[in-house]
Design a protein around this ligand. Structure first.
Ligand SMILES: CC(C)(COP(=O)(O)OP(=O)(O)OC[C@H]1O[C@@H](n2cnc3c(N)ncnc32)[C@H](O)[C@@H]1OP(=O)(O)O)[C@@H](O)C(=O)NCCC(=O)NCCS
Length: 415
């Protein structure tokens, strides 16, 4: 079966996490992704957090599936010529170097346009234009600057970063959407364009509801679904909301049977208004369904803490999976807190290709997260990440270089 992005060639100048997640998605949708790496070294993540000596790390392999790797020294004049040939042959150049690095290499937007006016140049940067535009940025810097850290954690503790890589992988996703959109516009404009996804912007986009709350707070001075209400104080900025659900349906994380020894024996429980009477029945508090202090969402808000404490008395008598089964029968929204071990072993995620076992020539078998976006006419087959420079000869031949020219360039250190 053909793939959605068949025929699209990506010059992948990305490294670490944000850029590689983007180009990996494009590869899964069928694009030919040619990863350009520094000879001898390659993407720094190849050797970071290694679990097997001298073998590409899981950090690298899990972010670079379905790509080809060529090594080029882009600061060597002959290496630059090879890169120029690639720019002429590709549709998209994706990069996430520190600000200015591509220009310093001699590949300004103007130069790239001279070489290929149809080229789309897509970049991840830490910040958009402004006071911080020249800063280097990693995941947690973006989480802090994008509003996630100040709104995550508990009121009596410091700001907290989340395990979800919303700065890196989140921005990679944003960039991928920008690229396919630019490719679509090119079908009628005939021109390339620049695509920028700043990590601060990507995180803020995912924290949209917190900017909503900032404005609600300024108007009313109080947000009744936050745990600070009615006993705590609201300041001038959106506070950390602990495990509150943030939407119109209050929720909290509750202990389940075994919590004393299992750090993940918890369930997320949502007191959704339409099923309130069923919740009362399940936990054995039938009288709450009609008691005016409990019967309506507005009446419940001032004592949510006590309500969740009562529900927890019930959840603590069940394992998270037992509770899930019972609550689902009554359409009560809830979710078990799954550990990474439980997720890795979950058969249904294997069946859908969300968790995939991949074989690698030097590492052997390992688990990875497959394509989370499923297209019915463009199925994803996850293949292993390339070894450093594994496809240099193959790609050089496709660019029209003879074996003699390739070996001369290799001797010159250009590739
Ligand atoms: C992630 C980041 C902090 C890493 O910084 P770094 O390791 O110092 O790497 P840089 O991006 O500065 O690139 C280092 C150099 O390698 C050079 N380089 C890269 N590939 C090369 C190649 N194939 N041949 C020769 N030189 C190469 C670059 O030109 C740059 O040189 P310069 O500083 O002399 O101009 C930085 O790239 C960054 O801020 N990126 C944008 C935001 C981002 O994506 N962050 C998330 C990462 S998950």
């Amino acid at each position: 079966m053909s793939k959605a992005l068949d025929g699209v060639r990506i010059l992948d100048f990305t490294h670490v996490q944000s850029g590689p997640t983007c180009t990996q998605l494009l590869a899964w949708f069928g694009a030919d992704v040619i990863k350009v790496e520094r000879a001898g070294a390659g993407d720094i993540t190849r050797e970071q957090l290694r679990d097997i000596p001298d073998v590409d790390s899981l950090y690298f392999t899990m972010l670079n599936h379905n790509k080809r790797s060529v090594t080029i020294d882009t600061k060597n004049p002959e290496g630059k010529q090879v890169l120029e040939a690639l720019i002429q042959k590709c549709d998209v150049l994706v990069e996430n170097f520190a600000p200015g690095a591509l220009d310093r290499m001699g590949f300004t937007w103007e130069r790239i346009q001279e070489l290929n006016p149809r080229m789309i140049v897509a970049s991840v940067k830490g910040f958009g234009p402004g006071p911080y535009e020249d800063c280097k940025v990693y995941e947690n810097v973006a989480q802090c600057a994008g509003g996630a850290a100040s709104t995550t954690g508990f009121d009596d503790g410091p700001p907290v970063v989340t395990g979800a890589q919303i700065g890196d992988s989140g921005t990679g996703l944003h960039l991928a959407l920008g690229i396919v959109t630019a490719l679509y516009q090119r079908t009628h404009s005939g021109r390339g364009q620049r695509v920028l996804a700043a990590m601060q912007d990507g995180v803020l986009n995912l924290c949209r509801v917190k900017l909503r709350d900032q404005q609600r707070l300024e108007r009313t001075g109080v947000m009744k679904e936050y745990p600070q209400y009615p006993n705590g104080e609201f300041g001038k900025a959106v506070p950390r909301a602990g495990n509150a659900s943030g939407g119109g349906q209050p929720g909290w994380i509750l202990k389940c049977k075994g919590w004393e020894t299992d750090p993940n024996a918890y369930i997320y429980f949502i007191t959704q208004a339409p099923v309130w009477a069923r919740i009362c029945n399940v936990i054995g508090k039938e009288e709450w369904a009609t008691d005016p202090d409990y019967a309506t969402p507005a009446a419940r808000l001032p004592h949510l803490k006590d309500i969740f404490a009562e529900i927890e008395r019930w959840t603590m008598t069940k394992t998270k999976f037992e509770a899930m089964q019972i609550l689902n029968k009554y359409d009560i929204p809830c979710g078990p807190i799954l550990s990474m071990k439980e997720i890795a072993e979950e058969p249904s995620l294997r069946k859908t290709g969300t968790i995939v076992e991949v074989d690698h020539p030097t590492r052997g078998k390992y688990l990875t997260v497959g394509n989370p976006i499923k297209l019915s006419d463009s199925p994803t087959e996850v293949t292993r990440s390339p070894l450093l420079g594994e496809h240099t000869d193959e790609v050089m031949a496709e660019l029209g270089y003879s074996p003699e020219q390739v070996s001369a360039l290799r001797t010159a250190g250009a590739i």
